[in-house]
Design a protein around this ligand. Structure first.
Ligand code: SF4
Length: 139
C-alpha cells in the first residue's frame, strides 16, 4: 500500500471459516478493480494487525471503510484499536438479509448467486466511498 491523497482505505476481514468472509474479500476486490479503482486503496488486515506502520498511518489520516463478514467485526475492531474508528462498516451478514434468495456456502470459488451477492456488497461499499469523498470535498 502506498500513501495517497483523496482516497478511501478499504479494510476487509480475513475470515476463512465463513463464506461471508470470502464474500467480503471478493466484494472489496470488485470495488478496487472495477467500481472505484481511482478512489480506493486496500489495507491488508493481517499486516495492519501485525504492526504494518504504512497501513496504520494511512488509517489515522485518511477515511476508511471496514468490510466485515459477520457481527464480530474483526476489521472494524482492528482498525479502531490501532488507528481510528472506520467512517463506515459494511457487514456482509446485514447485506444478505436484503437478498434472502441469495444463499452463500462457498469459501473458495463463488457460485453465480454468491457472485451476485458479492456485487451487491461491492455496490454498497462504492456508495459509501462516494458519500465519504463528497463529504470530504465539502470541508
Ligand atoms: S468478521 Fe466474522 S467472518 Fe470476518 S474474520 Fe471476523 S469472525 Fe471471520
Amino acid at each position: 500500500m502506498t500513501l495517497a491523497t483523496g482516497k478511501v482505505g478499504i479494510i476487509c476481514c480475513s475470515g476463512e471459516d465463513f463464506a461471508e468472509g470470502t464474500i467480503s474479500r471478493v466484494a472489496t476486490r470488485l470495488v478496487l478493480e472495477k467500481l472505484r479503482p481511482d478512489q480506493t486503496v486496500t489495507l491488508c488486515l493481517p499486516l495492519f494487525l501485525a504492526g504494518g506502520e504504512d497501513e496504520r498511518a494511512f488509517a489515522r489520516v485518511f477515511p476508511t471503510i471496514a468490510v466485515d463478514g459477520c457481527s464480530k467485526k474483526c476489521a472494524e475492531a482492528g482498525t479502531k484499536k490501532y488507528s481510528g474508528k472506520p467512517v463506515a462498516t459494511i457487514l456482509v451478514s446485514e447485506v444478505m438479509k436484503k437478498y434472502p434468495h441469495l444463499k452463500v456456502k462457498s469459501r473458495e470459488k463463488l457460485a453465480p448467486q454468491e457472485m451476485e451477492l458479492a456485487t451487491k456488497v461491492a455496490e454498497e461499499i462504492a456508495k459509501e466511498v462516494d458519500e465519504i469523498l463528497c463529504r470530504t470535498a465539502k470541508k
